[in-house]
Design a binder for this molecule. Sequence first.
Ligand code: F0G
Length: 456
Amino acid sequence: MKTIIEPFRIKVTEPLKVISKEERIAALKNAHNNVFLLHSEDCAIDLLTDSGTGAMSTKQWAAMMLGDESYAGSPSFRRFEETVRLITGMKHIFPTHQGRAAEGILALTKIKPGDIVPNNSHFDTTRANFEFAGAYAMDLICEEGLENDFVAPFKGNMDLRKLEDTITGNGAEKIPFAMMTVTNNTSGGQPVSMENIRKTKALLDKYGIPFVMDVCRFAENAFFIQQREKGYENKTLLEIAQEMFSYADAATMSLKKDGLVNIGGFLVCNDDDWAEDFKNALIMREGFITYGGLAGRDLEAAAVGLMEALETDYQKYRHATIEYLAKALDSKNIPYVKPVGGHAVFIDAKAFLPHIPPLEYPGIALVNTLYLAGGIRSVELGSVMFGRFDDNGNEQPGPLELVRLAIPRRVYTQSHFDYIAETLDYLMQDVEKVKGYKITYQPKYLRHFTCHFEQL
Ligand code: F0G
């Protein structure tokens, strides 16, 4: 059979309503033209994020009933620990309430002001945590990762030459650790090859620099390796994940992605001294070492979810849905980052709205137009999220102007995808009339979440 079906059927439904265009106009105005400030009931299809928005399986809901809510030493923690150890092979395993809490502990314990942290591409909370601790968060994505149209199998890779230049140019002592984000969310959800992970580890070893992986979407990355990298076609996703983790000294994880749960994260490492530092910070910030900011039932659901994310049928279906949406965009000549990533389609807003300059935020213009056209909520990954102010206070645009349609896991069906494609088609009709925006309020950090916009 050519048709890949959802490897599940629906047992519980959640009502979904498409509010009228007039209501959408009013809702966006009330939200200061920032879709993060919308009420979720006002969104027909919510593609803001794939984080914590997935549907849990019957096995996960059943496991939640086994949750032991003891403060210390619960069997729920041991089940969680056993699963995370099976996948990562790490010696020390700490649950956290989500990924950024793991990043915060890493930053608090390992970064000094003036440090540099190289990464293929930092996620926004990772960057904010490291920069808040005084480091410079440096993105060293490979050249092909910056070419939206260039089709290559592993566009999320680290540029190894730039990594070595960064180390020799600044001195290894300035680099407390280097990081690798799999898949590489902010540059299009693009995968990283095993070869690149292995070579990054070898290079860092040469200079004695620890290697930390940000593994929110490790199972999607494992599937790409199985499909695209020679020598891995007959390995299971678990075996591939185990090999990926074998090169890391530590890892941060948001279980809200490939843990298939609505909340949770972890921080893992092999080094005993690092573990001692993490333990102290964890107890101060998150909770005791056997729950780390989560309920026992959350640990149970994550232990099941992590293994479900490594099922081949699930990954086949997941990737098929994203490719289905990409095909619909192809048929309408809508520019997007090719090939599609593992969790989202990233529309190239610069190419889609060439009449809007970067500092008039073409990504925001597209996000808001998409919401008004069909009640679809998406997110900008462009100059609002990644712009910086230079030393003279002048705003510098981000490297890319993307709009991410992030696909929640096991939530939307084919007709929802058809509705998204139809809305984009409708939006195409008046594309040259779409206007840019200016920012009328912005906070000091992570401005995209809460800033206010006004249409120009
Ligand atoms: N790292 C990456 C690569 C991420 O994509 C995220 C979250 C985090 C770390 C932080 O994890 O949300 O559990 O604290 N990404 C979400 C997104 C929010 O929409 O891409 P968290």
